[in-house]
Design a binder for this molecule. Structure first.
Ligand SMILES: Cc1cc2nc3c(=O)[nH]c(=O)nc-3n(C[C@H](O)[C@H](O)[C@H](O)COP(=O)(O)OP(=O)(O)OC[C@H]3O[C@@H](n4cnc5c(N)ncnc54)[C@H](O)[C@@H]3O)c2cc1C
Length: 335
C-alpha cells in the first residue's frame, strides 16, 4: 500500500531519479520484436525504431511477451520462453469513488467475501497523511474509495442484475459496484450514502467499444495449480543476454504483485552483474515475510503435511484450526 497517490509518491520521484542517473526513457515506444541468433539476443525493434545492447531486460507483462512480441527463434531455443503459453491471466481492474466526506471503513483492506463481483476496497485518505485532498481538484473531495473488481464472469445483482461485468458499460459497472458495496456496508446504518458520492473513475484499461463486450488491456497473472514450473527464473539458463524482470518470474514473493516484480528485477540485476563479471555489490534478495509468528507457522506446517499425506485421497480433507491459542485437528471422516 502506498502512502499517497501513485504518481506523486512513486512514479514521478522514480522517473526523476532515473533521468538524474542519465537514463533515457522513451515513452510510447512499444517493442514488437526481439531479434536473436542461436539463442543470443541481437536487437529489439518496434514501429520506427530499433536498438542494440549488450544485455536486455524484458519487463513487460507475460501476455505481451508471449503474444505481442515476435521472438520465434528465441522461443525455439528456450523451452522456458515457449512455456509462457501455459500461464493464465485473468481480469482484475479498479474503480475509484470520490466522496464528499471521508468514510475510512477499516485501517486496511476490506474483502467483500460474498459480493458477486469479488470486490475488495481500501479507503485511501487515512493512508495519505501528507496529502490534503481538499487542496486537489476542485477541493470538494474529502474521501476516496479504491475498489478492485476481481470477478468479471458472475452476473451482477443490482443495477446490472443478471449481467456479467465484462458485458457491462462503464456506467453499469460503476452503479453495480456501488450497489454491491452498499449492500455489504449499509447493514442497519447508512455507511455509504448516494448523496456523499461525487464522481467515479474506472480503470481506462477496460475498453468498451460497442459499448458492451469490453476488452481489458491489462489482465493480471494468476497462480494456478502447477503453474510454478512454467514460470521462468529471472536468469534464463538457455539465453545468455536476456533477463526477465516481471511479476510472473519465479520469486520468493510468488504472487503477481509489485513486490514480486521488484524482486524479479533485483534478481535480473544480479544476473547481469554475474554475466558481465562485475564486482559491484549484488542487490539483496530475501524470503517473503510471513505474518502471524510461530502459531501460524506451526499450523501451516501441519496443513502442508496433511495435504501431502491425504491430498490425493478422495473425500474431505482434515484441517487444522487455530482457536483460542490452541491448534485443533478437525477430522472430517474416519482416518
Ligand atoms: C486492479 C489491480 C490492482 C492491483 N493491486 C495491487 C496491490 O495493491 N499491490 C501490489 O503489490 N500489486 C497490485 N497489483 C499487481 C501489480 O500491479 C502488478 O503485479 C505489477 O504492476 C507488475 O509489475 P510489472 O513490472 O511486472 O508489470 P507492469 O507494471 O504491468 O509494467 C509493464 C510495463 O511494460 C510496458 N509495456 C507493455 N507492452 C510493452 C511493449 N510492447 N514494449 C515496451 N513496453 C511495454 C507497460 O506500459 C508497463 O509500463 C494490482 C494489479 C491490478 C490489475
Amino acid at each position: 500500500m502506498l502512502n499517497g497517490p501513485t504518481s506523486d509518491v512513486w512514479i514521478t520521484p522514480w522517473v526523476t531519479e532515473l533521468e538524474g542517473l542519465g537514463v533515457e526513457l522513451r515513452l510510447g515506444a512499444a517493442v514488437e520484436a526481439i531479434e536473436s541468433e542461436h539463442g543470443r539476443v541481437t536487437g529489439i525493434s518496434g514501429a520506427g525504431f530499433s536498438d542494440q545492447a549488450d544485455y536486455y531486460v524484458a519487463a513487460v507483462p507475460v501476455e505481451v511477451l508471449r503474444e505481442r512480441i515476435a521472438m520465434d527463434e528465441l522461443r525455439r531455443h528456450s523451452p522456458l520462453l515457449a512455456g509462457l503459453d501455459a500461464l493464465q491471466v485473468r481480469w482484475m481492474n479498479g474503480i475509484m469513488f470520490y466522496l464528499r466526506r471521508d468514510v475510512p471503513l477499516v485501517h486496511g483492506h476490506t474483502i467483500y467475501i460474498d459480493s458477486a463481483w469479488a470486490l475488495t476496497s481500501i479507503s485511501q485518505r487515512q493512508f495519505w497523511p501528507q496529502f490534503d485532498l481538499h487542496a486537489m481538484g476542485d477541493g470538494e473531495v474529502g474521501g476516496l474509495l479504491s475498489i478492485d473488481v476481481s470477478d468479471w464472469e458472475t452476473p451482477g445483482e443490482f443495477a446490472a442484475k443478471g449481467k456479467v461485468a465484462r458485458q457491462c458499460t462503464k456506467e453499469e459497472i460503476a452503479e453495480e459496484v456501488w450497489a454491491q458495496l452498499k449492500a455489504a456496508l449499509n447493514d442497519g446504518t447508512e455507511v455509504l450514502a448516494d448523496a456523499n458520492r461525487l464522481a467515479w473513475f474506472l480503470d481506462p484499461d477496460v475498453v468498451a467499444p460497442n459499448p458492451t463486450d469490453a476488452t481489458n488491456l491489462e489482465p493480471l497473472l494468476v497462480n494456478t495449480k502447477g503453474s510454478w514450473t512454467h514460470r521462468p527464473p529471472a536468469e534464463l539458463p538457455d539465453v545468455e543476454n536476456l533477463f526477465l524482470a516481471s511479476d510472473y518470474v519465479q520469486t520468493y514473493t510468488d504472487l503477481a504483485t509489485m513486490e514480486a516484480a521488484n524482486e524479479a528485477a533485483r534478481r535480473a540485476v544480479n544476473a547481469i552483474l554475474k554475466a558481465s563479471g562485475s564486482d559491484a555489490e549484488p542487490c539483496a534478495v530475501w524470503k517473503l515475510h510471513q505474518p502471524g509468528g510461530l502459531p501460524f507457522q506451526v499450523a501451516r506446517e501441519f496443513d502442508r503435511v496433511l495435504y501431502k499425506v491425504f491430498g490425493s485421497s478422495h473425500g474431505p480433507l482434515p484441517t487444522v484450526e487455530l482457536k483460542d491459542g490452541d491448534l485443533r485437528l478437525n477430522r472430517p471422516g474416519p482416518l
